[in-house]
Design a protein around this ligand. Sequence first.
Ligand SMILES: *Cc1c(COP(=O)(O)O)cnc(C)c1O
Length: 366
Amino acid sequence: MTRVFNFSAGPATLPEAVLQQAAAEMLDWQGRGMSVMEMSHRSDAFQSILQTTLHDFRDLLAIPSHYRILFMQGGAIAQNAIIPMNLVGRKAKPAIIDFIHTGYWSQRALEEAQKYGHVNIAASSQASHFTSLPALETWKLSSDAAYVHLCNNETIHGVEFQFDPDTRTHSGKVPLVADMSSNIFSRVINVSKYGVIFGSAQKNLGIAGLTFAIVREDLIGHALPSCPSAFNWKNVAESDSMFNTPPTFAIYMAGLVLQWLKQQGGVTAIESRNIAKASLLYNHLDASDFYNTSVAKNCRSRMNVPFFLKDPSLDDAFLTGATQRGLANLRGHRILGGMRASIYNAMPTEGVQALVDYLRDFEQSH
Ligand SMILES: *Cc1c(COP(=O)(O)O)cnc(C)c1O
């Protein structure tokens, strides 16, 4: 068996040690004679998995005690509706929802939020085709918005906020809601700058099926009467993420990923490694006349690196050669074309080095 270096944007590569452990425990989890998939979510065995996962989750991100960690289903795309359903009720109708419009995922979230309130685009980088981020000083935030939404890492456009914007100083007490689907656990964050941090698990936290929402306690309990019960954060919080049957195997996998992350030295250590991996790739792309990147240097994502061959007629040959070298899923998202290398926490440095070696060899032979 040979495993490839998988640059998929999501579902994405997992640490090999995690897959090994899941395989070893597949038929018999710790002497229970059954797999995690076959256990009752109310059993002691699963409860210990859930509690350990929540503990490590809180510990690794230093989440203060007045935030709840909710495990849900439906992905980040469902949260795009669940968030307004839980937050606009704090304001008179029609509630104002501020958006920082920085690419495909903030655009999708904004379209969904329009069903629940009046969306105000407080800042947008559309004029630059989403190759930059709007400077904080230019954001036109509403003082009485229900919340401000931003996408911390635009997985398709490859732009990332590598700091935690302090919107409280700009607009009083408007909570900042951040989609961190594709960069959670990749860098140290200051959770107290946010009202809500949410995302899907299948990029940096595990497998599809699990959604996380880190919610400040005072923002829980304001759901619209029409909000489905399973999507009401209050129900999820009060039942310890067991209002409905949780995605048990996905929670178990997230737990294994977080244990692996601890063994790597935690978020601080993985952040340094992520910076080194991203620099290795961007430096090579910058130094070459054969390849292009489009994103401004001060906001390049460390997780998702879109790049282009200057001669797009070579794209197919590039991808075929990459596959032959065991470098998989480099084709860019259809809306941008070109290539994209997703280099999440689980992508080893050797994978990025193998890509850089291939970039050099392909350039030389063409
Ligand atoms: C992948 C992704 C999503 C969508 O996740 P689903 O699990 O399909 O709902 C949303 N936002 C960002 C930033 C993503 O990377």
